[in-house]
Design a protein. Structure first.
Length: 240
């Protein structure tokens, strides 16, 4: 059984998941992101990842730079985590998850839903103070548990359209059914993001699958646009 590990080797390191017995090799390889010492996912070969060491955390790492090679993970799970990041950070993390997922792999995210929050407030099922604290306030509850030294601050709230529009590499985004916890049955929703499968073993890698290739793709497109623009505005010399 694996203890807590710090990722000092950079991206691409190899770790051994819990339940790594050879008889379990056929099971999917799963990441539980931002687990905070909890065990939400119980089946499969599992890596539990968090920024801080805690019980049941297998790998101590930043979600912005997951220490796994590309296309090695079958499924990723994030429960009550994404709302703690800004929009820019959340998008970067989702692109990083896309990088490590196998083609056809899935990312399941449980987070506060804008639609469910608005519905709960308009139907007077939650108070204004609860709605505002969920949107952009903070809850000191976390700092009172297990000696953590940070507050439970939220920076973002999501809906299906946000995932579909701002994280384009995923082929499909769907809201899926799940059983919400008793403390927040009205506000949490589950979203499933699926990575597109490729046709054949030598299919092209999408240009956004890592930062360097995306930069080259963007620069090449910009150069082509500038050349086209110069050609349009440069006066042509007529031959007599």
């Amino acid at each position: 059984m694996l203890g807590s590990l710090s990722n000092n080797s950079g991206r691409g390191g190899e770790f051994t998941p819990r339940n790594s017995h050879p008889s379990l090799k056929h099971l999917p390889l799963r990441l539980e992101l931002g687990s905070g010492g909890k065990r939400y996912i119980r089946r499969g070969r599992i890596f539990r990842i968090d920024l801080r060491p805690a019980p049941f955390v297998d790998v101590v790492a930043d979600l912005n730079a997951l220490p796994f090679r590309s296309e090695k993970i079958d499924e990723c799970f994030s429960i009550g985590v994404m709302e703690h990041f800004s929009e820019r950070q959340a998008r970067h993390i989702l692109l990083e998850i896309h990088r490590v997922l196998k083609p056809g792999g899935r990312c399941r995210i449980v987070t506060t839903s804008l639609k469910s929050l608005a519905t709960a407030y308009l139907s007077e099922r939650i108070s204004l103070s609860r709605a505002l604290s969920t949107l952009y306030g903070y809850d000191p509850l976390v700092s009172r548990q297990k000696g953590y030294d940070y507050t439970n601050r939220h920076f973002m709230i999501f809906d299906r359209e946000w995932f579909h529009t701002l994280v384009p590499p995923y082929k499909r985004v769907a809201e899926i059914a799940f059983s919400p916890p008793a403390h927040s049955p009205l506000l949490l929703r589950a979203f499933e993001l699926t990575k597109e499968k490729r046709d054949g073993p030598h299919a092209k890698v999408a240009p956004w699958e890592n930062a360097s290739s995306f930069t080259r793709f963007f620069n090449n497109a910009l150069d082509a646009f500038q050349r086209r623009l110069r050609a349009l505005i440069t006066p042509r010399t007529r031959t007599p």
